[in-house]
Ligand binder design. Structure first.
Ligand SMILES: C[S@@+](CC[C@H](N)C(=O)[O-])C[C@H]1O[C@@H](n2cnc3c(N)ncnc32)[C@H](O)[C@@H]1O
Length: 296
C-alpha cells in the first residue's frame, strides 16, 4: 500500500530529476487533480491510502509533466483573476502578469454600478483579440455584468477552449466566440467600445531561449511577434483606432513600452498610459479614442 505522502515524495523526486522547476508544487497539483480536490486539502490527507485506479490516472500526467508539458494543460482548471479556466493542450496557459491588463480595463470602464445607480441596460462591448483560453474577456465579463465580449482567435484549439470556458462559466448570453484574424470576424454593424489584447509579442529569435514548457510545447502562433516582437501591434493598433469607440488596451513585453506607446500615439490615441505588473515591470499600454466634441 502507498500513502498519499509517499506518493507525493516519489512524484516530487521523479519530477526533480527531470529538471521540473517546482517539483513539490507540481506533484501536489497533479495529485490534487486526480483526487478531484485542491492542493491545500492534501495536507489533511497524508495518511490516505492511494487506490490502484488513482495511481493509473496519475502516471500519464506525471510522465507528461516530466516531458515539460505546461502544468496548466494537465490540471483540470487554472485560476486567473477571479475565475477558473480549463486550458486545453495547444492553448497558451494564462499568466498572472495578464491580470494587470484586466485591472487596467476594469479601471477604464469604471466601477460596476450598485443597484439603482445606473442604467440597468448599459452595455460595454469588448473585443478580446487573441483570446486563447478566453482569460481576459471572460474575467472581465465575469467581473462586470455590463460587459459583452467578442472573443476572437485564429487558432481552432483556442476557439474550442474559449467555448468550453464560456459554457463552464455560464457566460454564453454575453460572449460570442469568433474565429479569424484581428477584428475582422466582428460584423461591421456591431459596435465595439474597447479592444483588449495580449497578442504574441516575443521576438522570433528569443523564443529559442525560453524554458522548455514554452519553447517546445506552447503554440508559436501565441508567442511569436516577428523579428522585433511588434508585428501584431503594428496591425492591431490602427485596426482598433478605426473600430473602437472608447479605446485600446494591450499587454506588452517589459521593454516594449516606448515602442508600443509610439504606435498608439501615431494612430491618434490619447490619454496614453504605460502601466506596470506586480513586479513593477512595464506590462500594459492603454489609450483612449479622442472625443470628437472636445477636440482632444
Ligand atoms: C499570447 S496568446 C494570449 C492568449 C490569452 N489572451 C491570454 O492572455 O492568456 C496570443 C493569442 O493570439 C492568437 N493570435 C495570434 N495572431 C492572431 C491574429 N492575427 N488574430 C487573432 N488571434 C491571433 C493566438 O492564437 C493566441 O491564442
Amino acid at each position: 500500500m502507498i500513502t498519499l505522502l509517499d506518493l507525493l515524495r516519489r512524484t516530487e523526486a521523479w519530477l526533480a530529476q527531470r529538471g521540473v522547476p517546482q517539483p513539490r508544487l507540481d506533484a501536489e497539483r497533479l495529485i490534487a487533480t486526480v483526487l478531484g480536490t485542491n492542493r491545500l486539502q492534501l495536507y489533511l490527507m497524508y495518511d490516505r491510502p492511494m487506490a490502484d485506479e488513482e495511481l493509473d490516472a496519475l502516471r500519464p500526467l506525471v510522465k507528461r509533466r516530466g516531458e515539460r508539458e505546461p502544468i496548466g494543460w494537465l490540471m483540470s482548471t487554472v485560476g486567473f483573476h477571479d475565475i477558473e479556466l480549463a486550458v486545453h493542450p495547444g492553448v497558451l496557459v494564462p499568466r498572472p502578469d495578464t491580470e494587470a491588463l484586466v485591472e487596467a480595463v476594469r479601471a477604464a470602464i469604471g466601477p460596476v454600478p450598485g443597484p439603482g445607480e445606473a442604467d440597468p441596460d448599459a452595455r460595454c462591448f469588448l473585443a478580446d483579440v487573441g483570446c486563447g483560453s478566453g482569460a481576459i474577456g471572460l474575467a472581465l465579463a465575469a467581473a462586470d455584468p455590463r460587459v459583452r465580449v467578442f472573443a476572437i482567435d485564429l487558432s481552432d484549439a483556442a476557439i474550442a477552449c474559449t467555448k468550453d470556458n464560456v459554457a463552464r462559466l455560464g457566460l454564453a448570453d454575453r460572449v460570442a466566440v469568433l474565429k479569424g484574424p484581428m477584428l475582422l470576424p466582428v460584423p461591421e454593424a456591431r459596435p465595439i467600445d474597447w479592444v483588449v489584447s495580449n497578442p504574441p509579442y516575443i521576438p522570433s529569435d528569443d523564443l529559442l531561449q525560453l524554458e522548455p514548457e514554452v519553447r517546445d510545447h506552447e503554440p508559436r502562433l501565441a508567442l511569436d511577434g516577428g523579428p522585433d516582437g511588434l508585428a501584431v501591434y503594428r496591425a492591431l493598433v490602427p485596426a482598433a483606432r478605426a473600430r473602437a469607440r472608447a479605446g485600446l488596451a494591450v499587454e506588452i513585453g517589459h521593454d516594449q513600452g516606448p515602442a508600443v506607446r509610439a504606435l498608439f500615439e501615431a494612430a491618434g490615441f490619447v490619454d496614453l498610459k504605460v502601466l506596470g505588473d506586480l513586479a513593477g515591470r512595464d506590462r500594459v499600454v492603454i489609450g483612449r479614442i479622442p472625443n470628437p466634441s472636445s477636440g482632444s
